[in-house]
Design a protein around this ligand. Structure first.
Ligand SMILES: NC(=O)c1ccc[n+]([C@@H]2O[C@H](COP(=O)([O-])OP(=O)(O)OC[C@H]3O[C@@H](n4cnc5c(N)ncnc54)[C@H](O)[C@@H]3O)[C@@H](O)[C@H]2O)c1
Length: 503
């Protein structure tokens, strides 16, 4: 294999930089791995990101069958390190779930989880699980002009074509990627059949299904795949049966029965509707938060009172904004599909609007501070507590903290960042100081709670440290401070909470 260096891929976990090989040939590595597992079915997981790498781990620790699992990702600066990490003993996802470490150790012991970048692997697969990304391109993540977006299916199509170019004619291709409704039936199956026909193979033996992930990165990462309800469908009867048989070997379906839907359009719609519902619920609360601020009402108190009613338990709380890879795009995938795959002239207007409202939340949070702050923010020292988009998780993708942070920088602020779960903020190429003690030795003009991590909730030592500095502001964008904490901090500081009037 040639090892001419094209570029480097840096692990955000260890900081190690790997040279990306010029050749995409890993045939010897794949063959050697398969030779270790004679007679076992080969499951290839395409995409080793937050979902695929952990799905691979779950399949490597399947309940009723021993599989040889091979993950494949791209030899790019953003992803090549994941391949090397899996093979070299460092799992590429940081998570508070202890099962991740246990499952990874077990897979290492059994030597049944290998990672590669060579498409030759598809020729060995009995099952291919598609867990790659399918992105929505938005006009701007930062400015107010957020109404325009596009869905470019080219990378997804290429990924499916790579499978079709090499796969066996009777392989099961299980799409788990969140896709525009219609994709498995109208795009994946025809592309695979076309590739098989070009290779002179039968086109009626292939099985194509869809079953979406409900994975929740965090303390229950593995359980959210293995011990959770799943919805699935096939593009035909044979495919649906094959998906069901496979899922029964990896998911605890005795306790969490599978739900089969009529066709893959329905499962694909179920996924994006599930996430659109949640995104809309948050967007709905945004205008009520503004109303509460104007009316001198505490929106958190109001929501908690409403949540006592069993029918209203999942009403959302306001916050800095909506982040993560899913809620920020899935309603747009659905709306795009309605017009582009099903020929409707109408978009899903409410769902699109919900995403746009949510995208503007960080801008509002910044303006709230700027408008209330006495004097200019330029040159002020500001500490942000949290860069992850979600409590107790180290995931910075589309974090609303980014828009807020960018506006502070534009305003000329000197910003310091802390997050107990994020060592390296990939999108910003920034290493994050995780030592809160040392950070709090400095004086700040404003301390902002930007993520609701456990470390910031009810943390008396943190509040004590902040309290010891005179004349600072404390700005809680998440609602982590209790009434008592607000009162005690308020003796020395100006305290502001997003969604609370009259403080
Ligand atoms: N992250 C979540 O919490 C979550 C939850 C439920 C569903 N999902 C969905 O699961 C899918 C994957 O999400 P993710 O968070 O793992 O994304 P991710 O960006 O972390 O990972 C995707 C991986 O796929 C790789 N990839 C892209 N094209 C490829 C190709 N042609 N061949 C091989 N690898 C390729 C990328 O390099 C990347 O490593 C998305 O559709 C997402 O919407 C995500």
């Amino acid at each position: 294999m040639s090892t001419t260096t094209l570029s480097l891929s840096k692990s955000p976990i260890t900081g190690i930089e790997y040279a990306i090989p010029a050749s995409s040939d890993d045939k010897a590595g794949i063959d050697a791995f398969i030779a270790l597992h004679p007679g076992k079915k080969v499951v290839v997981v395409q995409g080793l990101g937050f979902v695929g790498s952990v799905m691979g781990l779950v399949v490597a620790n399947a309940l009723t069958e021993e599989y040889a699992v091979i993950g494949i990702d791209l030899p790019t600066p953003a992803s090549y390190w994941k391949i090397r990490s899996i093979n070299e003993g460092v799992f590429p996802v940081l998570a508070s779930d202890p099962k991740i470490g246990l499952y990874y150790e077990e897979a290492r012991r059994k030597k049944n989880y290998y990672a590669t970048f060579d498409s030759y692997v598809y020729s060995k697969a009995d099952v291919v699980v598609v867990d790659i990304n399918l992105d929505v391109q938005k006009k701007s993540a930062k400015n107010r002009d957020l109404e325009g977006y596009d869905v470019n299916l080219t990378p997804f199509r290429k990924a499916i074509e790579a499978i079709g170019t090499h796969c066996k004619e009777d392989v099961l291709v299980l799409v788990e990627t969140t896709v525009p409704p219609g994709t498995a039936q109208k795009i994946v199956r025809p592309l695979l059949e076309e590739s098989l026909a070009k290779r002179g193979l039968a086109t009626d033996k292939i099985k194509v299904g869809h079953s979406y992930e409900r994975v929740m990165p965090g303390p229950k990462y593995i359980d959210s795949i293995q011990n959770f309800y799943r919805v699935f469908a096939g593009t035909d009867e044979k495919s649906a049966e094959a998906v069901e048989t496979f899922l029964r070997t990896v998911i605890r379906t005795d306790e969490y029965p599978l739900t089969r839907l009529g066709n893959t359009n329905a499962t694909e719609m179920a996924k994006v509707l599930e996430n659109s519902y949640r995104a809309m619920n948050i967007a709905f609360m945004v205008e009520w938060s503004r109303f509460a601020e104007e009316a001198g009402v505490d929106i958190y108190e109001v929501v908690n009172a409403i949540r006592m009613r069993p029918t209203h338990k999942n009403i959302m709380l306001p916050g800095l904004g909506v982040g993560g890879y899913c809620l920020t795009k899935d309603p747009l995938l659905a709306s795009w599909a309605r017009m582009n795959l099903f020929g409707s002239e109408e978009k899903l207007g409410q769902s699109e609007k919900g995403v746009h409202i949510n995208d503007k939340m960080p801008v509002y949070a910044f303006e709230f501070l700027r408008d209330q702050y006495t004097g200019s923010l330029a040159g002020k020292k500001i500490l942000l507590l949290g860069v992850s988009y979600l409590n107790d998780v180290g995931d910075t993708r589309y974090t609303p903290v980014e828009g807020f942070y960018d506006h502070l920088l534009e305003e000329g602020c000197e910003v310091t960042l802390h997050d107990p779960h994020v060592k390296y903020w990939e999108e910003k190429d920034l290493w994050i100081n995780q030592d809160l003690e040392s950070l709090l030795k400095e004086d700040y003009d404003v301390v902002v709670v930007t993520t609701g991590h456990k470390d910031y909730r009810g943390n008396a030592a943190l509040l004590e440290k902040i309290s010891s500095k005179p004349a600072a502001w404390v700005y809680d964008t998440i609602g982590v401070l209790t009434n008592d904490e607000i009162k005690s901090l308020g003796e020395k500081h100006v305290v502001k909470v997003l969604g609370r009037g009259d403080l």
